[in-house]
Design a protein around this ligand. Structure first.
Ligand code: RB5
Length: 199
């Protein structure tokens, strides 16, 4: 089950054309790619959205962060997990990181116990710059200097109020560019070289 909220939606249909809808409230989908209406397939385009996922150790904090995103009118797609039943963080880290890496979704938030496991998973993906931010200064710098596209938080380390401040700071801080762009391009070139060597 995928939950989408607060995003602008466009439905494309080969005969009827495109329909634009305003910001949604909560919609639930059984599939990530398409929605069936009146036996027709409508494709869903999600604009400016955050992919959010966690393991069992991050499930409570994820709820708090989702309610903050609702308050800030920031769209999100919730990739689970949804209960405190023990799961493996790589399964959820992979889903979020893959969709940010392929450009399907602009940014991501991942939560596990320490934030370490999710960071390791996310940073395996091309183009992902995941930053583990358990305090505010790192959250700010990871956007200003590193153009971080996935924020990772340790659900067993950071309390709800601080986590909300971290998310607010992270989503509202722009990338500074200039010399930092050169450094990020160097990271991309490392990825290209590793790809060439089949790594
Ligand atoms: C789960 O117990 C825990 O290992 C996980 O949430 C995370 O902290 C891994 O890095």
């Amino acid at each position: 089950m995928l939950v989408v909220a607060g995003v602008s939606l466009r439905f494309d249909h080969p005969v009827c054309g495109s329909y634009f809808f305003g910001k949604t409230r909560k919609l639930k989908f059984a599939a990530t790619e398409s929605l069936i209406l009146d036996n027709e397939s409508f494709y869903l385009t999600i604009e400016m959205t955050i992919a959010i996922g966690c393991d069992h150790a991050g499930v409570e904090l994820k709820k708090d962060i989702i309610s903050l995103l609702d308050d800030l009118h920031i769209g999100y797609v919730d990739y689970g997990t949804d209960s405190s039943e023990s799961v493996d963080y790589p399964d959820f880290g992979e889903k979020v990181s893959n969709d940010v890496s392929t450009g399907k979704i602009e940014k991501g938030i991942l939560i596990c116990g320490t934030g370490i496991g999710m960071s390791i998973v996310a940073n395996k993906f091309p183009g992902i710059r995941a930053s583990l931010c358990n305090e505010l200064f790192t959250a700010k710098m990871s956007r200003l200097h590193n153009d971080a596209n996935i924020l990772v938080i340790g659900g067993r380390i950071v309390g709800k109020d601080l986590a909300k401040e971290i998310v607010k700071t992270w989503v509202s801080t722009p990338f500074e560019g200039e010399r930092h762009s050169r450094r990020i391009e160097k990271i991309s070139r490392i990825e290209d070289r590793l790809k060439k060597h089949g790594v």
